[in-house]
Design a protein around this ligand. Structure first.
Ligand code: NAD
Length: 252
């Protein structure tokens, strides 16, 4: 008997060309899924899909543009006739203390992290029809404030609540919606933090398991939420952060 967790499933990974999304795309492909790697960096997505072989394909998408998100799911339905798993990893952050924060930086972060998540959940739900698993990526910062990250923390708190509301609404259609809240995971997104030893040490000291996360740590949780192993789990915001949510967020 195969121990693959996603045989015959179609998984769409948005923000799938890098970091957490790419690790998750690889793991889901290993577990038998056909994977669509969607990313604003279409060339990088195409390289990644090519490296996974015949079961993968790529598409450029911008989660801040509803027509682009809609087009992604239309082509998934046209190509595969089904959509079982959707993971949204597109995200990033503008930085600034509240009293100095430029309103455009605030809007860009909310647009990318929160409105982008909303557009993905909306069109994923339509594409799934009668069953599937939608996974959003929130953050430790959804529930733990970090100075300088007002826009990001606010957006990720919104992603956690969006996930819970969507789970409530979509449960009767057998569509599960869950979020993962990572702590510090070593990806290109946080290279500016991990490159500074004093800041890096401050982070690590505040993680009870005393190490940074790796993209594979998050991918393992994605696989659980994507598969039938979590068939009675919805509306969950899962901390995968070495216990970092139990301590304070370091000042940067
Ligand atoms: P990453 O930068 O390695 O990957 C993000 C991917 O999203 C990139 O490939 C990028 O091209 C793509 N992207 C950016 N804007 C996009 C858009 N508008 N439309 C489509 N794709 C877009 O980052 P990562 O660390 O893997 O982060 C993934 C998610 O995890 C993000 O939502 C981030 O906020 C969240 N997160 C990361 C950490 C961490 O420490 N790395 C911690 C908590 C939460």
């Amino acid at each position: 008997m195969s121990d693959k967790r996603l045989p015959g499933r179609v998984a769409v990974v948005i923000g799938g060309a890098s970091g957490i999304g790419w690790a998750s795309a690889q793991l889901m492909a290993e577990h038998g899924a056909s994977v669509v790697i969607a990313d604003i960096d279409g060339d990088h997505a195409a390289e990644r899909a090519a490296s996974l072989g015949a079961a993968a394909r790529a598409q450029r998408v911008d989660v801040t543009d509803e027509s682009s998100v809609e087009a992604l799911f239309t082509s998934v339905s046209d190509d595969f006739g089904r959509c079982d798993v959707v993971l949204n990893c597109a995200g990033g952050s503008g930085i600034g203390l509240v009293a100095d924060l430029d309103a455009d930086v605030w809007r860009q972060t909310i647009d990318l992290c929160l409105t982008g998540a909303f557009l993905v959940v909306k069109h994923a739900a339509r594409a799934m029809g009668d069953g599937g698993s939608i996974i959003t990526i929130a953050s430790l910062n959804a529930r733990q404030p970090g100075a300088g990250f007002a826009a990001y923390c606010s957006a990720k708190a919104g992603v956690a609540m969006l996930t819970e509301v969507a789970a409530l609404e979509l449960g009767p259609k057998s569509i599960r919606v869950n979020a993962i809240s990572p702590g510090l995971v070593e990806t290109p997104l946080v290279a500016g933090i991990t490159a500074v030893p004093t800041i890096q040490d401050d982070f690590t000291e505040n993680i009870p398991l005393v190490r940074n996360g790796q993209p594979d740590d998050i991918a393992a949780a994605v696989l659980y939420l994507a598969s039938e192993d979590s068939s009675w789990v919805t509306g969950e915001v899962l901390n995968v952060n070495g216990g970092g949510h139990l301590r304070r967020y370091p000042d940067i």
